[in-house]
Design a protein around this ligand. Sequence first.
Ligand code: MN
Length: 242
Amino acid sequence: MKKTPKLSASRALVEDLVAGSRILAMHEVLDAYGHISARCDKRPDRFIMSRSRAPALVTAADLMELDADSEPLPGDKRKGFIERYIHGEIYRTRPHVMAVVHSHSPSVIPFGATRTKLRPIYHMGSFLWSGVPVFEIRKKRENNDLLVRDRPLGQALAESLGGCNCVLMRGHGMTVVGDGVPEAVFRAIYTEMNARLQLQATLLEGPIEFLSEEEGKRSTVSNRGTLERPWELWKTKALGRK
Ligand code: MN
């Protein structure tokens, strides 16, 4: 077997990333596509993500360490995800972001393709109080295949995200950030659910009462405080330890 460079991340981070990948697959937020990454805890200028592989199948041996330009370390010949630049460019522009999830989460797609804004409809989606911008890839590159396949496109996406927690990508999907793997996973799952509930609410008599900015901010802090509970449950299920 070919030798691959040893990861500089802690074992705990490696385990969380493997769990995160499988949890998102379990919730059908990721299918054969999409990915999760984490900023390397020992080398903050680098990040860790799987080689190009379906998230449900990811093991520790699939994880790669990528440099600040989203390129593999010398000697690592494995094929990385085309869209790893999404992650690298967000880590570059947002020093406090510790984990990123990119998905093709189906319920968010209509919000990226219409004028209706995705907004926090319940407390689990409260982190959306920050606003949910839509990344229009055409503004950066008229002739595109929707994929964030290089650094300039990654940079443009990171610019659209700005200081927000979630950015939608027109005709493609979404990307969320968190202060760690559990929070990014939580946000990816509840962005999908919030979108589904918002769509359902439009069938009923409106107008829809969304969370206020203050409620959103307060609830985001509360959710951080109880994150350990869903994380323990999801991780146990995903790693088959029960
Ligand atoms: Mn994608």
